[in-house]
Design a protein around this ligand. Structure first.
Ligand code: NAD
Ligand code: FE2
Length: 388
């Protein structure tokens, strides 16, 4: 375990059912004069009505509000640049992102583009952003990426068929509003995939080479909350308690990964998203049991602690048995949550595996966190297990 570790998060977090109904007072924590606001969202989220409620409250306060719905799921660099062109003529005092990780990441990047003389391509990597952005308010509608509390934003580079991260403290928002009511209508497949993404953040943070006491606390509590609610949230989406546990659990996952980082599951998931458009959470769910088995001999002790947090009865069994039960439970969830387990469903062929493996091997930022190093051949073997 590292002896030096750090943790940084959003400036303010307001959490609770119906918290966005009073957004106009929550914005005062920003301490800035607000005349014009841009809300960034997507059509399917705008249709739910929450965005109009936010807009109406701000208009009531005399604030000029624009809404942009053009950010695409898992946005490319070009998509974010196009939206920036549309909105850059006006000076906004605050950007409010209402959506899943795609919208939240795009909102963070738009805020940076507005105050920096830098293109997105100049920002790819760690600590390359020069100035803080326009103040941001992030309101997640999936549970989820945890993007609302991470210093990360992910963009897809279609030319290289890869997803790349921007990491900077300037991507942390000024205010987060967690309102589980926004997730009540989340469709089943998105509940499943985004929930498993959140679980993967916590599991990977807990077994990361950079795991530390702060990240462990968030990771274990996240695992506890998600394990006790993911199946219920999927099967009975209108259960607000389950939705709230998922939302808080996914935020804790974001906090854990901010300090400890994700590892090989995410590294291998990125090329599947970049080249085959496999949703981020689905790619992670597919890979999680296989990468965990690969890492098993190095992380048995840590997995046995995860087993306890998952509510698995570990009394009278060995650490190895408990660790194996974690993998079994994850596989059971992926069946119950009806998450695809075969890469062929997304058009992946045996002949694609070499190129996918080369792409994954370049995600060294995350592979370096993995408790075991992976050779190109080992990466390819893991992908092959997903081609039934
Ligand atoms: N910044 C980070 O720390 C971080 C971490 C993990 C993943 N990510 C990135 O986040 C993106 C994925 O985000 P995501 O998994 O939240 O999915 P998403 O934001 O792409 O949303 C998936 C779909 O669900 C819809 N949707 C969202 N909320 C809804 C709701 N409440 N009701 C109905 N429909 C809704 C969206 O419009 C979209 O079509 C990827 O680009 C991934 O790489 C970022
Ligand atoms: Fe993720």
């Amino acid at each position: 375990m590292n002896t030096l570790y750090q943790f940084q998060t959003a400036d303010h977090i307001i959490s609770g059912q119906d918290s966005i109904k009073d957004i106009k007072s929550h914005l005062s924590v920003l301490g800035v004069n607000i005349e014009a606001v841009l809300i960034v969202t997507q059509p399917s989220i705008k249709d739910l009505g929450f965005v109009d409620s936010v807009k109406d409250q701000l208009i009531e306060k005399g604030i000029d509000v624009d809404v942009n719905t053009d950010i695409l799921p898992e946005p490319t660099m070009d998509n974010i640049n196009d939206v920036f062109k549309q909105v850059s003529q006006k000076d906004y005092d605050v950007l409010i992102g209402v959506g899943g990780g795609s919208v939240l990441d795009a909102t963070k990047i738009l805020s940076i583009l507005a105050t920096n003389d830098q293109q997105i391509v100049d920002l790819l990597g760690t600590d390359l952003i020069q100035n803080p952005g326009v103040p941001t308010v992030l309101i997640p509608t999936t549970s989820g990426t945890g993007s609302e509390v991470t210093p990360n934003a992910i963009v897809t580079l279609p030319n290289e068929e890869l997803k790349v991260g921007i990491v900077s403290k300037y991507l942390l928002p000024n205010l987060v509003i967690l309102d589980p009511a926004l997730t009540l209508g989340l469709p089943k497949p998105i509940t499943a995939a985004t929930g498993m993404d959140a679980f993967t953040h916590s599991l990977e943070s807990f077994i990361s080479n950079k795991a530390n006491p702060i990240s462990d606390m968030f990771a274990l509590e996240s695992i506890r909350l998600i394990s006790s609610s993911i199946v219920e949230a999927y099967q009975n989406g209108s259960n607000i308690e389950a939705r709230e546990k998922m939302l808080v659990g996914s935020m804790y996952g974001g906090m854990a990964l901010t300090s400890a980082g994700t590892a090989a599951v995410h590294a291998l998931a990125y090329p599947l998203g970049g080249k085959f458009n496999i949703p981020h959470g689905v790619a992670n769910s597919m890979l999680l049991p296989h990468v965990t088995k690969f890492n098993m001999d190095q992380i048995t002790n840590r997995l046995s602690k995860i087993a306890e947090a998952m509510g698995i009865d570990v009394r009278g069994i060995s650490e190895t048995e408990a660790a194996n039960l974690v993998v079994e439970k994850i596989q059971e969830w992926t069946h119950t949550l009806e998450i695809p387990q075969d890469l062929k469903e997304y058009g992946v062929k045996n002949s694609d595996l070499k190129e996918l493996s080369v792409s994954a091997s370049k995600v060294t930022r995350l592979l370096n966190n993995n408790p075991k190093t992976l050779s190109l051949e080992e990466i390819e073997n893991i992908y092959r297990q997903l081609l039934a």
